[in-house]
Design a protein around this ligand. Structure first.
Ligand code: NAD
Length: 357
């Protein structure tokens, strides 16, 4: 099987990355180099002690700590962080944590023009994208804006060793989703597909090891490198049916990484007929014959959730998911109809094997 000769447009993002074990120690000198003197350190309540540790590390360059970051970046949290930043005369934010905390740093960058530094401690990959998101009630709003791309990201894999195995699995499969959809999508630039394919390979190799050797720093570094590449693919690539469904389910309260985890084999099967060359490439990167089945088997083998029923979605919500998902135009290689979407979601709800509907 061959692919068509490439025609593409590629628009890069202004990444500034430091990657390596122990690199958190470089934060003070990097702040000095960037001319930043009053950093507001952000975290979730669960990581408040770590955030205070970061504030201690940067000493007089710390304006304070805001440890109120929350999943899906609620607007009232953003407002509280804005007030704190203003009261403390912060000149930048340092987001220490997962996608929720990175997302808060992005919101402050968008609304206040505050330079943002990301120190990821999960495999969410948000730090590599220009995608911002906030929620109000059940409604999640997202957009792309290069102003939210962190001015610096420090990837220190040692900081992810404390991430519990179950969260590491779902967070890693969330990264896998970002990469897999961009391998499958024929419209994304070949440069992006290369990053995505390498991310799939690295993550597929590291994910089983994270379960058996969660404290191995080499495995953690592989996972974080895969997440970085996957985030790069999401940031410069495309989104389609998979992300639309996750977005809608997220608005209904479904946990972010788990939702990606459950849906990925199903959305991959759904689109595999439309782009057979890319599907074969994805299967190869996963080390299998069929991409969707390989993803389902990987998830099962590492104890990931496999059914929407397991992650807080009720069967009577599926109809609303379909109508909301189809309420606005959707770019997707395979035609999306109400009947086919009902079937996909029914399979995902019950945790059945993925099928090419
Ligand atoms: P999260 O940031 O909500 O973190 C989950 C929990 O794990 C939190 O309690 C956190 O404090 C804790 N945690 C994080 N790192 C830890 C560590 N090393 N050790 C122990 N505990 C740790 O979860 P997430 O999956 O990283 O991020 C999900 C959010 O990110 C969602 O809101 C999603 O929409 C967003 N996201 C955005 C993008 C984007 O491009 N904008 C991409 C991916 C995810």
């Amino acid at each position: 099987m061959t692919s068509a000769p490439p025609t593409f447009q590629y628009l890069g993002l202004p990444w500034n990355l430091i990657f390596g074990a122990g690199t958190l120690a470089r934060l003070p000198t990097e702040l000095d180099r960037m001319g930043l003197a009053r950093a507001l350190v952000l975290s979730t309540p669960e990581q408040a002690d770590d955030a205070r540790g970061v504030a201690n590390l940067i000493g007089e360059r710390a304006a304070g700590v805001f440890a109120g970051a929350a999943m899906h970046v609620p607007l009232d949290t953003v407002a509280a962080a804005e007030r704190t930043a203003s009261d403390l005369r912060a000149d930048c934010s340092v987001a220490f944590g997962g996608g929720s905390t990175t997302g808060l740093g992005k919101a402050l960058a968008l609304r206040l023009g505050l330079p943002n530094i990301a120190i990821p401690t999960t495999y969410a990959g948000s730090e590599m994208t220009n995608i911002w998101g906030t929620t109000e009630g059940n409604c999640k709003t997202t957009g792309r804006d290069n102003r939210v791309v962190p001015d610096l990201t420090i990837y220190d894999p040692d900081l992810t060793v404390s991430l519990p195995v179950s969260l590491s699995v779902t967070s890693g499969l969330n990264a896998m989703a970002q990469a897999a959809v961009n391998v499958l999508d024929e419209d994304v630039a070949p440069i992006v597909a290369l990053m995505a394919e390498e991310a799939v390979r690295v993550l597929a190799s590291a994910l089983p090891k994270i379960v058996t050797n969660p404290t191995d720093p080499v495995v953690r570094a592989e996972m974080l490198y895969g997440a970085c590449l996957a985030g790069a693919a999401l940031g410069t690539g495309a989104t389609s049916l998979h992300h639309r469904l996750c977005h809608v389910l997220g608005g209904l309260g479904a946990p972010h990484a788990e939702t990606h985890t459950v849906l990925l084999p199903h959305t991959t099967a759904y689109n595999s007929n439309a782009t057979p060359y890319r599907a074969a490439r994805l299967a190869r990167a996963l080390g299998g014959d069929d991409a969707a089945l390989a993803l389902a088997e990987l998830a099962r083998s590492i104890g990931a959730p496999v059914a929407l029923a397991e992650i807080g979605i009720a069967e009577n919500q599926l109809g609303l998911v379909v109508t909301t998902a189809l309420a606005s135009p959707l770019r997707n290689a395979e035609a999306v109809t109400v009947d086919r979407l009902n079937r996909l979601l029914d399979n995902a709800f019950h945790g059945r094997a993925p099928e090419r509907i």
